[in-house]
Write a protein that binds this ligand. Structure first.
Ligand SMILES: [Zn+2]
Length: 407
């Protein structure tokens, strides 16, 4: 991609009411644009990162045997009334009226999934069911101030699994938990599994995936020697005290960002929606449900909160919008041929071909944060200057060596 051709260039000015690091850098570097509080456009650079995040999630969900599909976002009130959540979720759900009919905008899909399964299954032979989609979610969010971390409209991957027994559900529940840890690791993030309360979803304990980060909105308590971890809402105790689980470790209090959550919902939804399957002996039993969420746009913000310095973003390779950022300094003819050679080898390149000074191009490259910067100038002669975003080391390499390093 030639930078001269890219929509959404770097900005000097950006909305001053955005105080979070993720919003400042993503707005300034041209990854997102703000429409109103908690509502952002993904510009081409931001869209590329989110697509890469989604592909990693998709790979890992498909590996658990889940099926991708797509469900509607505009829901009839009647289905939400079946569980009573039309009333109990009023605070977060956008509800609207048109021609005397009432609708809700999706903030989750449990009722819709249950209705779908109710119509398309009969006996125990149709289970387990594992289905997911990527779609927009709407939440009337009073605290829409953390940039893209907490939007009123955001992208979510939500997976639902339906089972004939609690044991079968729990087995798959922990398989997905493992897949989540792997998903985050592939993006360079170490997530902790933290016990939490279920909110408007369930009375049971649920699990959050939290990434330690000083700017995080959540407070978690975890043990420094075993896997014990709980969030502030359910933890009874203090940091620095002995761990209630292993008794040996010490409890650490830390700030964190929630990047995913999973809910062992049980039979509440099928009981309220009067949906039972026929088991092996011909008797009717309620379906056991679980749901699992990850927010790709929230991850976009989390990655910036975790990976940045005072010059800009430092993208992990697996989710970077491009693999290399090529800069031409008064050498467009030579840089054009390097650009073509990289593209021919399948390397994704952002090529800064503007008639702009070197200082501005270097500052923009640091702000945008692509993992490798390549410079072609009269000084580099028939070589290319190679520098990684997170390092100060600069090498002068022939094209073949650059290709080898980038592949
Ligand atoms: Zn412990």
């Amino acid at each position: 991609m030639r930078y001269s051709n890219l929509f959404g260039k770097t900005l000097r000015d950006f909305p001053k009411d955005e105080v979070s690091v993720n919003a400042k850098y993503l707005l300034r570097a041209g990854f997102i644009d703000k429409l109103m509080a908690g509502s952002f456009t993904l510009l081409p650079l931001g869209f590329r990162v989110v697509e890469k995040i989604k592909q990693i999630i998709r790979d890992e969900m498909d590996a658990t045997g889940a099926n991708e599909m797509l469900m509607p976002l505009l829901h009839p009130k009647e289905i939400w009334n079946e569980t009573g959540r039309w009333e109990t979720a009023k605070g977060i759900m956008f509800q609207l009226k048109k021609d005397n009919k009432e609708y809700g905008l999706s903030f989750t899909h449990e009722e819709i999934v249950m209705d779908l399964i109710r119509k398309r299954t009969q006996s125990f032979k149709d289970f387990p069911i594992k289905i997911y989609h990527f779609s927009t979610k709407f939440r009337d969010e009073p605290r829409a101030k953390s940039g893209i971390l907490r939007g009123r409209e955001f992208i979510m991957k939500d997976l639902y699994s339906a089972h004939t027994s609690k044991e079968d559900m729990e087995k798959y529940y922990w398989e997905v938990a493992k897949a989540y840890i792997k998903t985050f690791k592939r993006m360079g993030l170490n997530a902790k599994i933290v016990e939490a309360a279920g909110g408007v979803f369930t009375d049971a304990h649920t699990h959050e995936f939290q990434v330690l980060c000083e700017q995080g909105e959540d407070t978690i308590y975890y043990c420094d020697s075993c896997d014990f971890a709980q969030n502030k809402e359910i933890f009874e105790g203090k940091g620095g005290k002995p761990c209630p689980k292993c008794k040996k470790g010490k409890i650490i209090e830390a700030k964190a960002i929630e990047v995913g959550n999973i809910f062992p919902l049980g039979t509440m939804y099928s009981e309220k929606m009067h949906f039972h399957f026929t088991d092996r002996n011909g008797s009717k039993k309620p379906v056991v449900l679980a749901s699992y969420g990850i927010g790709p746009t929230r991850l976009l913000g989390t990655l910036v909160e975790v990976f940045h310095d005072d010059k800009g973003i430092i993208w992990p390779k697996s989710v970077a919008p491009y693999g290399a950022h090529l800069i031409s300094i008064n050498s467009n003819e030579k840089a054009d041929s390097v650009y073509r050679a990289l593209e021919k080898e399948g390397i994704e390149v952002l090529y800064d071909d503007r008639e702009t000074g070197a200082g501005e191009k270097f500052a923009d490259a640091d702000l945008i944060g692509i993992p490798v910067r390549l410079v072609v100038s009269p000084k580099t002669e028939n070589r290319i200057e190679y520098k990684e975003r997170g390092s100060e080391k600069i090498e002068l390499l022939p094209l073949e060596d650059v290709l080898k390093k980038l592949k």
